[in-house]
Design a protein. Sequence first.
Length: 266
Amino acid sequence: MKRLPVYFISHGGGPWPWLKKEMPFYDKLEASLANMPAEIGVKPAAVLMVSAHWEEPGFFVQANPQPGMIYDYGGFPQHTYEIKYSSKGDVETAARTSELIASAGLASQLDPLRGYDHGMFSPMAAIYPNADVPVFQVSIREDYDVAAHLALGRALEPLRDEGILIIASGLSYHNLRMFGKMESARTASKDFDSWLHGALNNSAADRARQLGEWEKAPSARVCHPREDHLVPLMVAAGAAGDDACTTVYHEEDFMGALTVSSFRFG
């Protein structure tokens, strides 16, 4: 069976695929997400999605056979609270995933009730618009511990050889409070993004070391005052092993000013 790659994607804001007229600045991101099936070359048995929008004390694994929807955003038109992304879950692979996590010495448990959050369904609407690939989610840990999330990724790596596509969904820049100060955000996001590219184009050991010191990066806390949207990248880097990193999405004028990126390993 073909070994599948690992992705870290910048997932955009809220339910953007359903608001293209109101949010017309997602064309490049949407194109990169829509191109993923062609890059992968085969249809995965399932997608394992690590979303910035699911935090728990430990690593929870979604074991819902038909997950519902979690509209974890506010201030959008009513129709965006009626969105349905109707892919099936994958209870069997979720159970195996939880076992792999526990075998790595990390606390894990199954969640049979959890639905899909927008960190999952917004990008998946572009990647697999027909919702014809099973998807289950794995939470991040609310302490944002870098070493633990790298270890989570390493625990998940064997799934890549079993037809499971691992997608870590966050944002390479996430500071909503800076949106009124776009010139400052322009400089900060560009500086941090440049550091991020350098850190990821290294061996697994050097990646882990640099990611462990991410707060020392230029403008790190300006770009990520809370690292919830960066932590999924740690999981992707852990699952990558020694695979090379490729930038699959990059623009320096997102929303008119921001530098944002997405990456593929393998």
